[in-house]
Design a protein around this ligand. Structure first.
Ligand SMILES: O=C[C@H](O)[C@H](O)[C@H](O)COP(=O)(O)O
Length: 220
């Protein structure tokens, strides 16, 4: 099976978690796109969706799925999204597509975070994938210095502007021994909007696709 087929298999498995007549939280990226396409087939069984990016909103709209503003939503039973890396405790690195802040906001409202991944995303320790950090533009250099002081090597993702009008620094070479602590520590740097560690609120359920099938792993 190709990596794309595995992503699609994980995404299809997530459709079983969609609650009838509910509003669905929808992530961003190539794996989430397969989920959106599947959701399109069952659009008559849901009220609509909250999107975590302009790109996902566009794809959802293309399927005729009603879009809701998160401010108007009080109940979001399920959020489905991919990840760049996920560890044994279901903590993740996200933001390879620069959508981390909206993803974290929508996920925070959701009752259950279902992560959909192909097996290549599963790691013992987070950090081989450079950690994306969304930064207010005028603070780019000072945040980069603070991230260097933490032991990382920040690289500005030049040319990329987030849906919120901000910049991304990708932090290489971090030793992530305490994902929960590091997530909080980086968020304390003035000028940081948020970082791509999803550890304080990780996934509740992982659907991990390998050639042998899709494995379900629930958080302890
Ligand atoms: O900003 C992007 C998101 O965090 C994605 O969920 C993540 O990058 C995984 O994307 P993909 O499914 O394309 O590997």
């Amino acid at each position: 099976m190709t990596q794309d087929e595995l992503k699609q298999a994980a995404a299809e498995a997530a459709l079983a978690f969609v609650v009838e007549d509910s509003i669905v939280g929808v992530g961003t990226g190539s794996t989430a796109n397969y989920f959106i396409d599947g959701l399109g087939r069952m659009k008559d069984r849901i009220r609509g969706a909250v999107a975590s990016s302009d790109a996902s909103a566009q794809r959802l709209a293309g399927h005729g799925i009603a879009l809701f503003d998160l401010n108007d939503v009080t109940e979001l039973p399920v959020y489905v999204d991919g990840a760049d890396e996920i560890d044994g405790s279901l903590a993740m690195i996200k933001g390879g597509g620069a959508a981390l802040t909206r993803e974290k906001i929508v996920a925070a409202v959701a009752g259950r975070f279902v992560c959909i991944c192909d097996a290549s995303k599963r790691v013992a320790t987070l950090g081989r994938f450079p950690l994306p950090v969304e930064v207010i533009p005028m603070a780019r250099a000072q945040v980069a210095r603070a991230l260097t002081a933490l032991g990382g090597r920040p690289v500005w993702r030049e040319g990329v502007v987030t849906d919120n009008g901000n910049l991304i620094l990708d932090v290489h070479d971090l030793s992530i021994t305490d994902p929960v602590g590091l997530e909080s520590e980086i968020n304390q740097i003035v000028g940081v909007v948020t970082n791509g560690l999803f550890a304080r609120r990780g996934a509740d359920t992982l659907l991990l696709a390998a050639p042998g099938g899709v494995q379900r792993i629930d958080a302890a």
